[in-house]
Design a protein around this ligand. Structure first.
Ligand code: PGA
Length: 248
């Protein structure tokens, strides 16, 4: 079986006590399996509880949903990479569409965050994706590759092994309307080619995200370009999420 990555983005849900209960339920139904890596991205306040609860499982990684690029300072409300690491995170999402389009994060800021994570020994899951109007204007590839180049600008060659990419079309996030496996594959191929041009080694995982659920996960993962899924809504219920990660 080819290795697959299942990543849960809990967004602004699941406080610490619920995270512990989730983990207990989940661990009971998802045994450690070869070739399957799991990521959980809880809200910052639940990172420590989640990391603690999954401590015994080498296949499960916990990450932050966002980080600031500075290691410390007067940035009220933000968390730095060392703060996230201190709570048990080993990586973070960067440039999630809600950070870009709700909070106004720029391409340049995503690059700073990726560099800060990699420099601190953490992983970076860089999210890229086009808005509906951009897709309709035929700009999907241009947008995703621009976000990719900016997010990975200045990444030293020896740090690429901690980079992951998630292609998440904005129109598919939380809408119940997922990209078809074939649509996603086109963008994944373009991303893969661009990673090569940027000097990335082969094997950087490219995940798909956007309305992944029990009903479509299998078909999406049957597409070989899709090496994992990043899931919001359908990752909030431990039984449902366990079913998705064990479908394959
Ligand atoms: P969704 O969110 O699965 O609820 O569409 C995915 C994401 O935002 O990462």
């Amino acid at each position: 079986m080819r290795p697959l990555i299942f990543a849960a983005n809990w967004k602004m849900h699941i406080p610490p006590a619920e995270a512990r209960a989730f983990a207990k339920h989940f661990l009971g139904s998802v045994p450690l399996a070869q070739g399957r890596t799991l990521w959980f991205f809880p809200p910052a306040v639940s990172i420590e509880a989640t990391a603690e609860a999954f401590r015994e499982r080498p296949d499960i990684h916990v990450g932050a949903q966002d980080v600031h690029w500075e290691p410390k300072g007067a940035f009220t409300g933000a968390i730095s990479v060392p703060l996230a690491q201190g709570a048990g995170a080993v990586g973070a999402l960067v440039g999630h569409s809600e950070r870009r389009h709700v909070f106004g994060e720029t391409d340049e800021e995503t690059g700073r965050k990726v560099r800060a994570l990699l420099a601190s020994g953490a992983s970076a899951m860089l999210c890229v994706g086009e808005k509906l109007a951009e897709r309709e204007a035929g700009e999907t590839e241009a947008v995703c590759l621009r976000q990719l180049r900016a997010g990975l600008a200045g990444v030293a060659a020896d740090l690429w092994s901690r980079v992951l990419i998630a292609y998440e079309p904005v129109w598919a996030i939380g809408t119940g309307r997922n990209a078809t496996p074939a649509d996603a594959a086109v963008v994944h191929r373009a991303i893969r080619a661009e990673l090569g041009r940027l000097g990335g080694p082969p094997g950087i995982p490219i995940l798909y995200g956007g309305s992944v659920n029990k009903g479509n996960a299998q078909a999406l993962l049957a597409e070989r370009q899709i090496e994992g899924v990043l899931v919001g809504g359908a990752s909030l219920d431990p039984a449902g999420w366990a079913e998705i990660v064990t479908t394959y």
